[in-house]
Design a protein around this ligand. Structure first.
Ligand SMILES: Cc1ncc(COP(=O)(O)O)c(C=O)c1O
Length: 426
């Protein structure tokens, strides 16, 4: 199979044989039948490949995970029931009570909450660093118990662009992997593993599905991080797992398979946030057109950003596709084909003006969602980020007047007309 992104979007992950369904079959079965208990036992011991219970693995989900692994250039992947579950599993798979993680402060509000509140309660400590920090500042954030570094390629909603090479270099100097949430860029616009990321996560709920139809998440492993070379830091991967008959994942499954096998065998078994086969099927329909849609999202968003930038009622615009944007140079390096469909901006008059403007949009609906075929908008300070105080909002790059506009696939002209009529009335 070709490695070109367009072909992988359409045909990756599933290769039907003679007379088999052309479309990925939905295996809507919780369980699988075996002739003997010995057959079943070999599956439980991870000695044979196969399915026994859809909480751990399901063939429909595995086909779609294989497609996303191919798109990201990884060796293994797993689907989860949401992006939240993907980020939780990706971090918790290697960092548990007593461990520490360095994270960019410019991340999705839900992920910030997961890290700063819920995982903190579980005993995992986080140090947040600005995405634009110097190498020295980044270096200073590490501790002897640091187990991972985390960031978002294009952060939601601040739209900062992560200097992936800088973060990867620092992580590797400390013998830990870099985890990158690539939700907004998708592998069509950026493949973080080509720049040094070890693990990539996704909220597939966003562009990958693209139609606001199915929640989902994905974790992809590059298969490059040498866990055994840093065995003291990763006992979960490098010493026998008593809950799985003494298997040492890094020994048995190597660099290519250890991370995802452990996340499946332990975390999915115990927490059970599996994607349903129906949702995996819907996700795959989205993936089939991802490359076509991303190009159009970028084209429309670029036009919207350029229009807003010149508008007298707009205070500021953040879109790394704009030459004057603070992140334009990083976007030219990491996102040469476009900066996704999300544009952030402030309406003159602050929070009140922003709310009035959003109410008057006709094509753009107010929705918690983003990265949809239909244009939608959100005021993060009063929704996704409302748990943050002003200081935390500033660190996350979310000002109180910030409007996040997710530019859809409608006609560019219609979108600009809609923005104009809404701004006229503010
Ligand atoms: C960058 C990013 N990561 C993770 C998530 C969480 O994904 P989900 O809503 O699918 O749980 C989101 C949700 O908006 C997101 O934007």
């Amino acid at each position: 199979m070709s490695n070109r992104i367009e072909t992988l979007c359409v045909q990756g992950g599933y290769h039907p044989g003679n007379g088999e369904p052309r479309q990925i079959p939905i295996i809507q079965s919780t369980t699988f039948k075996y002739d003997t208990s010995e057959d079943m036992g070999r599956l439980f011991d991870l000695e044979a490949e196969g399915y026994f219970y859809s909480r751990l693995q399901n063939p429909t989900c595995d086909h779609v995970a294989a497609k996303i692994a191919a798109l990201e250039g990884g060796t293994a992947a797993m689907l989860t029931s949401s992006g939240q579950a993907a980020n939780f599993y990706a971090v918790f798979n290697i960092a548990s009570c007593g461990d520490h993680v360095v994270s960019s402060s410019s991340i999705y509000g839900g992920t910030y909450n997961l890290f700063a509140v819920t995982m903190k309660r579980m005993g995992v400590a986080f140090t947040f660093v600005p995405p634009d920090c110097s190498e020295e500042e980044l270096e200073a954030a590490f501790q002897p118990n640091t187990r991972a570094v985390f960031g978002e390629t294009i952060a939601n909603p601040a739209l900062t662009v992560l200097d992936i090479e800088k973060f990867a270099k620092a992580a590797h100097a400390h013998g830990v992997p870099l985890i990158v949430d690539n939700t907004f860029a998708t592998p069509v616009l950026c493949r973080p593993m080509e720049w040094g990321a070890d693990i990539v996560t996704h909220s597939t709920t966003k562009y990958m599905d693209g139609h606001a139809a199915a929640l989902g998440g994905c974790i992809v492993d590059s298969g490059r991080f040498d866990w055994m070379a840093h065995a003291d830091k990763f006992p979960g991967l490098c010493t026998p797992d008593a809950s799985y008959h003494g298997i040492t994942y890094a020994e048995r499954f190597g660099k290519e398979g250890a991370f995802i096998t452990k996340a499946t065998a332990q975390l999915m078994r115990d927490f059970g946030s599996m994607l349903s086969p129906q949702s995996a099927f819907i996700l795959n329909l989205g993936l089939e057109s991802l490359h076509v849609r991303m190009a159009r999202h970028c084209e429309n968003a670029q036009a919207v950003a350029e229009y807003l930038e010149k508008h007298p009622k707009i205070a500021w615009v953040r879109y790394s596709g704009l030459p004057g944007d603070q992140y334009h140079a990083l976007a030219e390096k990491y996102l040469p084909q476009g900066s996704c469909g999300v544009v952030s901006f402030g309406v003159k008059g602050g929070r009140t003006a922003a709310e009035a403007f959003m109410k008057r949009l006709r094509l753009g609906a107010i929705a918690t969602h983003v990265a949809d075929a239909r244009t939608c908008c959100l005021h993060p300070a009063s929704s996704t980020h409302r748990q943050m105080n002003d200081e935390e909002l500033a660190a996350a790059g979310v000002s109180p007047d910030l409007v996040r506009l997710s530019v859809g696939l409608e006609s560019k002209e219609d979108l600009l007309e809609d923005l104009e009529q809404a701004l006229q009335s503010v």
